[in-house]
Design a protein around this ligand. Structure first.
Ligand code: 6PG
Length: 248
């Protein structure tokens, strides 16, 4: 990472420490907002330990559930109860037990196409935000969780796809994925994801070392272009850490 952007790398021992650190940061972001907090969740396997932790007493009891709204940064275009549906995973692991249903904002997948789903979700986000244009002084989200895929994708923004260059739309349909599961997707765009006080990448395990090596060289990858208007934090565990990545 070049050091000429707002990113910082925090190294933690292992996946359990990573989930705890992410949970503490999430709580701090919620506590810093004395109105209505908005959290944008992510899919994949990386956030699962965090989601499980949020449902446990020490975290669950400190979250003012009535005041927190939960969104999702990208979705696989499968029914809401399909195990591959990202919001279904978050619901099963913590939201359904903890959050009021009106505060859970899934990307609708009962639409005729990913494009129609993207338009509906964009309207929902705009209604929540109270405007149709993002104000550089007013973040949409308090915290956006992110992961990085083996090809450098983040959310469902795959290298070389037009969605990565989108600068006006908040949400777009993605007809096919670059990696498994090979399903059409719906994704928030870089401007919408970046409209946040904090963007938090969670990266754990030795299989992430190769892509982190590429991230470090500032290669033009979607994950390298994802930057918050506030802080961008890469939480990395020791197994995923390439030599000379920084943050040690
Ligand atoms: C998805 C994701 C995706 C994910 C990365 C990392 O729907 O698959 O939102 O962007 O975050 O692929 O996935 P892992 O956490 O499984 O490595």
């Amino acid at each position: 990472m070049a050091g000429n952007d707002n990113r910082q790398v925090i190294v933690v021992r292992d996946a359990a420490a990573l989930a705890k650190s992410a949970a503490d940061r999430l709580l701090a972001r919620i506590a810093a907002n004395d109105g209505r907090a908005a959290i944008c969740l992510t899919g994949g396997s990386s956030p699962k330990q965090l989601y499980q932790l949020l449902a446990t007493g020490p975290y669950r009891n400190r979250i003012p559930w009535e005041h927190v709204h939960w969104f999702i940064g990208d979705e696989r275009f499968v029914p809401a109860d399909d195990p591959r549906n990202n919001m279904a995973v978050a619901r099963r692991l913590f939201l359904d037990r903890c959050a009021p249903v009106a505060n859970i904002h899934p990307i609708p997948t009962d639409t005729t196409s990913p494009d129609e789903a993207s338009r509906r979700y964009e309207s929902e986000l705009q209604a929540f935000y109270g405007a149709e244009r993002l104000d550089p002084e007013k973040p949409l989200f308090d915290l956006v969780l992110m992961g990085v895929g083996p090809d450098g994708h983040t959310a469902s923004l795959f290298p070389g796809y037009p969605a990565v260059a989108e600068s006006v739309r908040w949400v777009v349909g993605v007809p096919e994925a670059h990696v498994e599961p090979f399903l059409p997707r719906v994704t928030l765009t870089l401007p919408a994801l970046g409209s946040c006080r904090e963007m938090l990448f969670e990266v754990a395990g030795a299989e992430k070392r190769a892509i982190l090596t590429r991230v470090r060289t500032d290669e033009n990858l979607p994950a390298n272009r994802a930057l918050a208007m506030g802080e961008t934090v890469w939480l990395v565990d020791e197994a995923a850490l390439p030599e000379n990545f920084g943050g040690r």
